[in-house]
Design a protein around this ligand. Structure first.
Ligand SMILES: Nc1ncnc2c1ncn2[C@@H]1O[C@H](COP(=O)(O)OP(=O)(O)OP(=O)(O)O)[C@@H](O)[C@H]1O
Length: 276
């Protein structure tokens, strides 16, 4: 197991309890959402644009306060988990200021900050973990580049490296596969599987529905409310997907990306079933 895996055994339970989030604009992004992530696992988070996925991530991170309900991590408030740096977040690319003059290695070092002493001076362990994390995502040769000079897929990998360097036991990834090539997607999925093997809880949003059965243990479908949540085998069904995506479902299941094996037939059925 790599030293960028979480150190301290299985991740603590993440409990989202009856959470409603209303933004100041009046938009209700989430309404009465409850779910529990309670063992080393990869949970896929799916839903249409604007369904509330990013809001759910930000609420678990403590960036957004629920209007009603609460989130706890290991039975404690989110703020306690944040102090211990056990939750890592890979944001959507649009949420990052790419003009900020900072190198790739500096970005990944940010994942170490919460674990440094009060002087915030990187030590040998920090530098080693940054190098290892960059190597793990195939970006070792880019350490000295400015982040603004990277392609979209490379940026995703750098932010994944930052999360790895943090050695978090809970990882929240907002659309890590958007704009990345097939090899990078496979590499990211392999890393997520490694993290799960090391005891991590991974919550990952994606618009690529066809890959969900291939690497997720469970799936949460949102459409402001939680439409369905549970093991992929019983929850990733046409009925539930239709409830989450309505008549637009077929657009999210490209014919070339359907999973192999028994899931392929199911996914094709989903694509056809919702196309009309
Ligand atoms: N800071 C904000 N202020 C006001 N409204 C917001 C804010 N952030 C998001 N929203 C609104 O909340 C709703 C949910 O947005 P959110 O970004 O959580 O959706 P999403 O499922 O992540 O969408 P996408 O798939 O497009 O990334 C949308 O209607 C969005 O316009």
């Amino acid at each position: 197991m790599s030293s960028t895996d979480p150190k301290s055994g299985p991740a603590p339970v993440v409990r989202v309890d009856d959470v409603t989030v209303a933004y100041r604009s009046g938009t209700v992004a989430l309404e009465g959402v409850s779910l529990t992530l309670d063992r080393p696992s990869i949970c896929g988070l799916v839903g249409m644009n604007g369904a509330g996925k990013s809001t759910l991530f930000k609420t678990i991170m403590g960036f957004v306060e629920p209007t009603r309900g609460k989130v706890s991590i290991g039975g404690r408030p989110v703020s306690a988990a944040q102090k211990e740096n056990i939750v890592a977040y890979v944001p959507q690319a649009e949420e990052v200021d790419w003009t900020f003059p900072v190198s790739v290695a500096d970005v990944v070092m940010m994942g170490r900050q919460g674990r440094m002493g009060f002087l915030r001076m990187p030590g040998g362990t920090d530098r080693r973990l940054v190098a290892e994390s960059l190597a793990r995502v195939g970006m070792a040769d880019f350490a000295d580049r400015q982040i603004g000079e990277l392609s979209g897929g490379q940026r995703k990998r750098v932010f994944l490296a930052r999360a790895l360097a943090q050695q978090a036991s809970i990882l929240l990834l907002d659309e890590p596969f958007t704009g990345v090539d097939v090899r990078t997607e496979e590499a990211i999925i392999a890393i997520l599987r490694d993290l799960r093997a090391g005891g991590a809880i991974v919550l990952v949003s994606t618009h690529d529905l066809a890959t969900v059965p291939a690497f997720c243990d469970s799936v949460a479908m949102v459409n402001r409310r939680l439409v369905a949540f549970g093991p992929v085998a019983t929850t990733f069904t046409e009925a539930n997907l239709s409830r989450a995506f309505g008549g637009t479902l077929h657009r999210f299941l490209p014919g070339h990306g359907l999973p192999a094996g028994p899931d392929a037939a199911a996914a094709r059925g989903l694509a056809l079933g919702a196309a009309g």
